[in-house]
Design a protein around this ligand. Structure first.
Ligand code: ASP
Ligand code: MG
Length: 460
């Protein structure tokens, strides 16, 4: 049994849906297949905006519904003919009617609750998987549309719900076993045990695929996207970036947390638990080998596996000679930040203990500094802390790779490459796992930095 997940760009038009169905039919000759698809690219954003507009009593939400309708109907027009076409179209129109009714409610009460927002956002997956299942069936492959809300159960954290695996796994098994034909399952959506709709977070369809793979003990999870695999760097910066044929799940996790947008970070855990390999494939180039993510360390030809970057970072520096040798200050700093729910990306403190610096998202930086100044006012007054400074317009560049473990000289090479390219490094952190060396640099140096490190290790 394999799970094949297709992202929004892979199923964004009738033509793409046709190609994807060919790929599925081909795979179904050798394996039992479960399909998971996202909404057509852009539909989730449009759906979310209808809710936001309606809440503001902006009637143009109706125009957005019509745009969604046009795209969905156009696909149906091109994929089906005769009575089948009319039938699928009326199916889509029922989904859109549900959307309209929800939005009338949102408009009236001037409030799009998180609960309504999830129901609205998930309609794209429901429409698209319904269409795909019907198209497979209409072209001679038995297929069954499965609404994931029946089989994936979560808590009620709307917008990014937590899966209840204990309840979910048996539900999935039972459902998949009873399916006559290929199950075509909606990505992204789920529901609580009270059957209230939830979502697994933006880009959550990858996660849906690995939850399903875990439950049915799949032999492989395939993530079909629009790139050839996991690359050694962002190809928009490094033209010569190479596709990594095989990487470990740890490396994949590091890369995905750092925003290499090939796979959703949560995807790895359910796959790793059952040691299921994940294959990243390109819908537009299906014969390319892709990247295999395996649950064991991988030996690479190069000492590093890849370079990832994270934009819109702010560095915050807390300085003061009074902090030297005084226990508890770091704990206080970070509990102030925790209280504000600020996500810390990187921390570094020198052994002189004269300063602590950390990085957070640019958007959260003002809140962080205000809260620190307010809550640590006593230390500022006593001159234990002399200043709290913020350095905006930064970014993180991270070098990932399991081959770095226990291998001296890698950090040296990274930083001399940056130095030779005149990139000023503002802060450095290496996790004790040694799989990740991260540096904070000015955002303006992004291209220079990534190119320099790539050249150092890959020769191009
Ligand atoms: N359609 C959802 C989103 O755009 C889920 C996904 O694409 O994975 O976030
Ligand atoms: Mg998407």
């Amino acid at each position: 049994m394999i799970v094949m997940k297709f992202g929004g760009t892979s199923v964004k038009t009738a033509e793409r849906i046709r190609e994807v169905c060919e790929i599925v039919k081909d795979a179904a000759k050798n394996d039992r297949v479960i399909v998971v698809a996202s909404a057509m690219k852009g539909i989730t954003e449009s759906l979310i905006s209808t809710g936001q507009l309606a809440e503001k009593r902006d009637e143009t939400y109706k125009d957005v519904i019509e745009e969604i309708r046009m795209r969905e109907y156009e696909a149906v027009e091109q994929l089906f003919s005769g009575s089948e076409k009319a039938d699928v179209k009326s199916g889509i129109s029922a989904f859109l009617k549900e959307l309209e009714e929800l939005l009338v409610g949102v408009f009236l009460v001037k409030n799009c609750s998180p609960r309504s927002a999830d129901l609205i956002a998930g309609l794209g997956e429901r429409m698209n998987n319904f269409v795909i299942a019907r198209y497979l069936a209409a072209t001679g492959t038995e297929a069954v549309y499965v609404d994931a809300r029946e089989i994936i159960k979560t808590d009620d954290t709307h917008g990014a719900a937590n899966v209840r695996f204990d309840i979910t796994v048996p539900l999935i098994r039972e459902k998949i076993e009873s399916c006559k034909g290929i199950p075509v399952v909606t990505g992204f959506i789920a529901s609580t045990t009270e059957n209230i709709s939830t979502t697994l977070g933006r880009n959550g369809s990858d996660y849906t695929a690995s939850i399903l793979g875990n439950a049915v003990d799949a032999s492989r999870i395939e993530i079909w996207t629009d790139v050839d695999g996991v690359l050694s760097a962002d190809p928009r910066i490094v033209k010569e970036a190479i596709v990594m044929p095989e990487i470990s799940s740890y490396e994949a996790m590091e890369l995905s947390y750092l925003g290499a947008q090939v796979i959703h970070p949560a995807t790895m855990a359910p796959a790793v638990e059952k040691k299921i390999p994940i294959l990243i494939k390109n819908t537009m180039n299906p014969t390319a080998a892709g990247t295999k993510i395996v649950c064991a360390p991988v030996r690479h030809d190069t000492p590093i596996t890849g370079i990832a970057t994270m934009n819109d970072i702010c560095l915050i520096n807390i300085e003061g000679s009074g902090m030297i040798g005084k226990p508890g200050i770091a704990a206080e700093v970070f509990s102030v930040l925790a209280k504000q729910k600020i996500n810390i990306i990187m921390i570094s403190q020198c052994s002189s203990e004269h300063s602590i610096c950390f990085a957070c998202g640019q958007k959260e930086a003002d809140t962080a500094v205000e809260a620190l100044k307010h809550d640590l006012a006593k230390y500022l007054e006593q001159r234990i802390i002399s200043r709290i400074q913020m350095k905006p317009d930064c970014m993180t560049v991270a070098v990932i790779g399991e081959n770095m473990i226990g291998r001296p000289g890698i950090a040296g090479k990274i930083f001399s490459a940056l130095g030779n390219a005149s990139v000023n490094v503002l802060a450095i952190a290496q996790g004790s796992s040694e799989r990740n060396v991260s540096a904070i640099i000015p955002a303006a140096d992004k291209e220079t930095a990534v190119k320099a490190i790539h050249k150092e290790f890959f020769g191009v």
